[in-house]
Every structure is written in structure tokens, then in C-alpha cells.
Design a protein around this ligand. Structure first.
Ligand code: PLP
Length: 449
């Protein structure tokens, strides 16, 4: 049994430590990243002893947590410009805590009626945002699994017998080479193999060239995949043009909105998703731009029955039903976490407009970085950013090495990517604390390391 007093004390230690951690992180008072070798870290954290002997108390926990937090990567830090993981907001963090204590795995209604109902209503809200009034959805542990689930629904449409008989060999998936790698993985996992991937013509920045979509006569198109936005560049495919082509050709239109769908909440940027309502399926990660911890992603389909067909289930959940509903028939997972709760908590606290303002702010900061960098000699910026992702090069040096130098003392955390076969540095503005001072400091550092 829990010792309630011990729990209360340990939880208090946690809140105090996290408050200090986020405070010093968002002030930029400490390095954004530490990369101590694992052997040394294991010693510092006393891992082996604790694993073997246990015996942690609120006192030793306090010390453990201090080191653990200090040795991690700080996503609230202004110089955190790395991967697209959310700089989590605290309401969602509270939801994670509640989930940890209650563990109501919500795929089955009777295992957590409140959590399941929260997921249902969050999905209903997301469906309305995307423009699927008669749609259905489910939350999954991440965008990769969401893409797989959506493409499974597409497969059920193109080849309804595939579930029983296996996959026919004339199915193809049309996708730009810049699509996230989980799309090509899904092709193999679904049994189509890499040979089923037909690369679409793109412009020089990897965007689908809607004027040069292929002649598909004689082939069975299982799905066409567009990105909103592409992971590498943060640029958006023309969803309306591509979506209209799909309608004409009877092709399933899948929009990978893992990163960019949150811009639906922004008055200024929602136009980037114009045409999304033409999609048959959409995925949307909350753990990127809706500020929840990893992972919480949505699969959304325009016709609810398509999602049930994916796993050969016939039930429909448009209405609650008297006894509740089991979303387990729509997911690869059997047990799930209370994913809806963390999305709900951010919405409940900040409102749809508050989350939209966050998107606006991050996109504006990335644009500002582009403006500042463009004015400086030696910086090459291949495109004007549309989102909070910007790619650039500085000089002729090895850009991967440049990145190592910038990260060495934990001054900055950024990534790199290849564009047309050329390595670029890549900045993703995730933390609300990132400001002009951070951007100027990064540009200074790039030019001097
Ligand atoms: C991040 C991302 C994914 C994968 O999502 P995970 O939640 O990391 O599995 C898929 N597609 C795009 C466009 C992404 O940016």
C-alpha cells in the first residue's frame, strides 16, 4: 500500500525540483544540454546500487532528481532549438502525473470511463478543426503509429480482402521523397514493400509539384501522402491542388500533419492547411505543437467507418452508446496511456486561442531568425520559413562539425538535415523563451566557432 505521507512528501520534492528546473531553464541560466558519457552518468546517478538494493527515500530521491534533471536536455531553455519535441506546458504535465497515479488505460471504456470520454471529446474537437464533421478518430502513441494506422485504413479501402488474404502486388503509395520515414516504414510493415513507393515529382525544396502528378493508369493507388509540414524543411505541400487530384482519381488522400496541423488553431497560419478537409485521413501530433509530453497523436478519418474497417471491426462510435465505447478496435496498441487527458488539460487551461497564440509566436520567432540571418554575411538560407523550422548553412565548413561545436558546451541545441544532398543546419523554435537575444547569440556563435 502507498504510505500516503511518504507520497505527499516525495510529490512535494518533485514539484519543488521541477519548478526550479523549469525556472532556471527558461531563464537560460544553465546549459541547454549535457552529454556526459553513459558510464559516468550511471555512477553519478548511483543507478546500479539503487537498482539492486532499492531503499530510496524522499531525501535520496531529492538528490537523485537534482542530478537527473541537471544531466538532461532542457526543452524550456531559450537555446533549445533541436528536435520537434514539445516544450511541455504544465497542465499537460499534471495530466501525466495523474495518469501515473491512476493508470486508467482508456482503450476499454470500463477501464476508465472518464479518461475514455475525455479522449472522445478531444477527438471530436480535432475532427471539427480538420473539417471532418462525420469523421472518426483515435489517439495513438505517436505519429509513426498514427501514419501506420491511417495507411492501414487506406489499404482496407483499396484492397478490402488484404486483411484475410494478404496484400495484392499492384498497390502503390504516391509520396514525396521528403515525407517522414515512418511512411516508407509503414509500406513495408503493411506488406507492400518499398517497391510500392512511387516518388512524386517535387520542386527543389521537396514540395510536391501538383502540376506534375503521375499518370496512374494501370496501377492501384492505395494512397497519396502529402506533408503539412515536411519534417526537414517545415514547408507545406499544396493540399488543395493535391487533394483535388486525389478526388478526380479516386485516390485516398493522406495528410501527414504531425507537426503542422496545430496551425489550424492560428488565424494567421491556418491558410497553410487550406484543403486539408479534402483528405481521407490526417494525423496530428499533440506532442509537437500542442505542448504535451511524448507521446500523444491523433489519427483522424473523414468517414468514421474507414477507421473501423482498418482492423476489420464493424462497430461505430459516432454516438456514445449506453454502455460506453471501446476504442481498442481502432488501434495497434492494446493498452494505452491516458493520452486525451494531457491534450485536454492544455486546452482547458490555455484555450484554443492560447494554443493558437503559441503557434503564432513560435512561427514568428523562426521567421525573425530567417530575417536576422539573411542580413549577415556568410549565411545561406534556401527558403523563407513557413513554420517554426528553418534550415541554413554558414560558409563552406562541414556543417555537422559546426553543429558539434555549437552543442559542445551546451550553449545551443540544434539539428541538421540534408536538403538536395547538402547538409544544412536546422533550427526548430519550440521553447516560448526563445527571443531575439537567443537568435543573435546563435548567429554570433555560428560565425565565430
Ligand atoms: C515527427 C513527425 C512524424 C513522426 O511522429 P512521432 O510522433 O515522432 O512518431 C511523422 N511525420 C511528420 C511530418 C513528423 O514531423
Amino acid at each position: 500500500m502507498w504510505n500516503i505521507q511518504e507520497f505527499t512528501e516525495a510529490a512535494g520534492v518533485t514539484v519543488k525540483a521541477l519548478a526550479e528546473y523549469v525556472d532556471e531553464s527558461q531563464r537560460g541560466a544553465v546549459p541547454v544540454v549535457r552529454r556526459r558519457p553513459p558510464r559516468e552518468l550511471a555512477d553519478r546517478l548511483g543507478l546500479r546500487d539503487l537498482i539492486q538494493k532499492g531503499g530510496m527515500t524522499p531525501g535520496t530521491y531529492r538528490e537523485f532528481l537534482r542530478v537527473f534533471l541537471a544531466e538532461g536536455t532542457r526543452l524550456h531553455h531559450p537555446a533549445y532549438l533541436g528536435h520537434q519535441s514539445a516544450s511541455p506546458d504544465f497542465p499537460a504535465a499534471l495530466a501525466d502525473f495523474v495518469h501515473g497515479a491512476t493508470n486508467n488505460p482508456m482503450a476499454i471504456y470500463e477501464m476508465g470511463a472518464a479518461a475514455a470520454t475525455v479522449e472522445f471529446e478531444v477527438l471530436r474537437w480535432m475532427l471539427a478543426k480538420v473539417g471532418f464533421p462525420a469523421g472518426g478518430g483515435v489517439l495513438t502513441h505517436g505519429g509513426s503509429l498514427a501514419n501506420l494506422t491511417a495507411l492501414l485504413a487506406a489499404r482496407a479501402r483499396a484492397a478490402p480482402d488484404a486483411w484475410e488474404d494478404g496484400v495484392p502486388d499492384d498497390l502503390v503509395i504516391l509520396t514525396p521523397p521528403s515525407a517522414h520515414y515512418s511512411i516508407s516504414r509503414a509500406a513495408s510493415i503493411l506488406g507492400l514493400g518499398q517497391r510500392a513507393l512511387v516518388p512524386l515529382e517535387t520542386d527543389s525544396l521537396g514540395r510536391i509539384d501538383a502540376a506534375r502528378l503521375p499518370d496512374v493508369s494501370g496501377r492501384r493507388v492505395m494512397a497519396l501522402v502529402a506533408s503539412a509540414c515536411a519534417t526537414g524543411t517545415g514547408l507545406h505541400d499544396d493540399l488543395r491542388a493535391v487533394g483535388e487530384w486525389c478526388r478526380e482519381h479516386g485516390a485516398w488522400f493522406h495528410v501527414d500533419g504531425a507537426h503542422g496541423a496545430s496551425a489550424l488553431l492560428s488565424r494567421r497560419h491556418a491558410h497553410l492547411l487550406d484543403g486539408i478537409e479534402l483528405a481521407d485521413s490526417v494525423i496530428w501530433d499533440a506532442h509537437k505543437m500542442l505542448r504535451t509530453s511524448s507521446l500523444a497523436a491523433a489519427v483522424l478519418v473523414r468517414r468514421e467507418s474507414d477507421l473501423d474497417a482498418a482492423f476489420r471491426q464493424e462497430a461505430s462510435y459516432l454516438f456514445y452508446g449506453d454502455q460506453g465505447f471501446d476504442l481498442i478496435n481502432r488501434t495497434v496498441e492494446c493498452t494505452k496511456a491516458e493520452l486525451g487527458l494531457k491534450i485536454f488539460m492544455n486546452l482547458a487551461w490555455r484555450g484554443e486561442d492560447g494554443l493558437g497564440d503559441y503557434v503564432d509566436r513560435q512561427y514568428a520567432t523562426a521567421h525573425r531568425f530567417w530575417e536576422l540571418a539573411r542580413r549577415r554575411p556568410g549565411f545561406e538560407l534556401p527558403y523563407e520559413p513557413e513554420s517554426n523550422i528553418v534550415c541554413f548553412r554558414y560558409g563552406e565548413a562541414d556543417q555537422a562539425r559546426l553543429r558539434e561545436l555549437l552543442m559542445r558546451d551546451g550553449a545551443f541545441h540544434l539539428t541538421s538535415t540534408e536538403l538536395n544532398g547538402v547538409r544544412h543546419l536546422r533550427v526548430t523554435v519550440m521553447a516560448p523563451a526563445t527571443d531575439d537575444r537567443t537568435l543573435e547569440a546563435l548567429l554570433d556563435a555560428v560565425a565565430t566557432v
